[in-house]
Write a protein that binds this ligand. Structure first.
Ligand code: NIG
Length: 399
């Protein structure tokens, strides 16, 4: 198919998952892309003519993933720390400083190249919208560099100067830096403010201070909470009306109740749950309580070095016991809601006429193959805003 043609018909879709409440899932379907938008969706038998067309021979098409939590911009490697953890050493927030040292030593060009490589890897796996956090600089100059690079490679950028107090610095002085000059330096490039509200990082009062400073600077709020224990991060996120609270491994009944009555999305991070050997986030309990969920990769060198949303969705089904429908929603519309990208004509996470042409093609007849074939990279083409980000390597037609 000529991907530069003004209109492009994708036909022969065996299963079309739209995540749109009205369109639902259909079979023997087709869609037309014009520019960066979806112009038509319907039965393949009544598809309109287009300037170019691609028959996908019964394969499945679904929305691109919305990965609402990553730390894409960093340098260095922590495979030795990972190996120690697999040998029984518990995860501790302090490992962040290993990445901070490597990141401070890297040039902006090196950071850009690394982040672009990960962004391309994510796109090849079906991700069409991605968030990226700062947080491996922890000084004004490096945090500003990470925010600039983040704005180049990601759709949404989050300021995470409150990732850790660098050893040797006075806590009060560091908080003043984060909420003052560091925030001012990153503000032109970022949309959200985040805080690592955990033992070994920031307590609830410190976290509140960081979040309120970010809000005063015009940023939306998100919180890393309740990953390593009942940190109070969930309750703080709900109290302040944060868009999301991420990790949520350790929850009291009151935390679940607070989330259920709130507009805050609980984001589960299956890659981190496995790589830290932390108790799995109680996704089934949260879903049953009516809590809005997102699933994200948390791509970072310490606790979840994966860009694969397909792996995270499969794990959420296999290990966290979400249904496939719940997991797909969490990785598309749930992520969109966590990022505030779920409304208006540019809302992401669904396939609908007039909406962004953000979609992926699986080398499989149905989305059921995502958890059924764990670890197999099923995405063979990704269109982001109508642009094919990876050439289809289409196998012979499915029998
Ligand atoms: O989400 N706030 C936590 N940040 C990462 C871990 C960072 C690291 O260990 O490098 C997380 O798990």
């Amino acid at each position: 198919m000529d991907d530069t043609a003004p209109s492009r018909l994708i036909t022969g879709i065996g299963e079309l998952t739209t995540q749109d409440p009205e369109l639902g899932t259909s079979h023997a379907a087709a869609l037309v892309i014009e520019g960066d938008r979806i112009a038509w969706i319907g039965p393949a038998s009544s598809a309109p003519a287009a300037d170019a067309s691609l028959d996908v021979h019964g394969r499945a098409v679904l929305p691109g993933w919305v990965d609402s939590h990553t730390h894409l911009v960093f340098a260095g490697d922590r495979s030795a720390e990972f190996a120690e953890r697999m040998a029984g050493r518990p995860y501790a927030a302090g490992g962040i400083m290993t990445t901070v040292a490597a990141t401070r030593a890297a040039s902006e060009a090196e950071l850009r190249a690394g982040a672009r490589r990960l962004r391309a890897e994510a796109a090849a796996g079906g991700t069409t919208t991605i968030e990226a956090k700062t947080g491996y600089g922890l000084d004004v100059e490096t945090e500003a560099r990470l925010a600039r690079v983040g704005a180049e490679v990601a759709d949404v950028v989050t300021f995470l100067g409150a990732h850790l107090v660098p050893p040797g610095l006075d806590r009060r002085e560091y908080l003043d830096l984060v909420t003052g000059p560091m925030l001012a330096a990153v503000a032109p490039h970022v949309h959200f403010v985040d805080v690592f509200c955990e033992a070994g990082a920031f307590d609830v009062d410190e976290s509140r201070e960081v979040l309120l400073a970010g809000r005063a600077a015009g940023l939306a709020l998100t919180v890393h909470g309740n990953q390593l224990g009942e940190s109070g991060g969930v309750r703080l996120a709900v109290e302040l009306g944060a868009a999301s609270v991420d990790h949520v491994n350790h929850l009291s009944a009151a935390d679940v109740d607070a989330l259920a009555g709130s507009g805050t999305v609980a984001t589960i991070l299956p890659g981190a749950d496995l790589s830290t050997r932390e108790a799995l986030a109680p996704a089934r309990l949260l879903a049953d309580a009516g809590v809005a969920l997102a699933i994200a990769s948390n791509c970072n060198p310490g606790t979840s070095y994966t860009t694969s949303m397909q792996f995270c969705v499969a794990t959420a089904v296999l290990q966290h016991r979400l249904s496939l429908e719940e997991a797909l929603a969490a990785a598309t519309t749930g992520g969109a809601r966590a990022l505030g990208l779920d409304r208006g004509p540019d809302a992401v996470g669904t396939l609908r006429v007039g909406g962004p042409a953000d979609l992926q093609l699986l080398d499989a007849p149905s989305v059921a193959h995502i958890p059924y074939r764990p670890g197999v990279p099923l995405t063979i083409a990704t269109w982001r805003r109508g642009v094919l980000e990876r050439s289809p390597r289409l196998a012979p037609p499915l029998e």
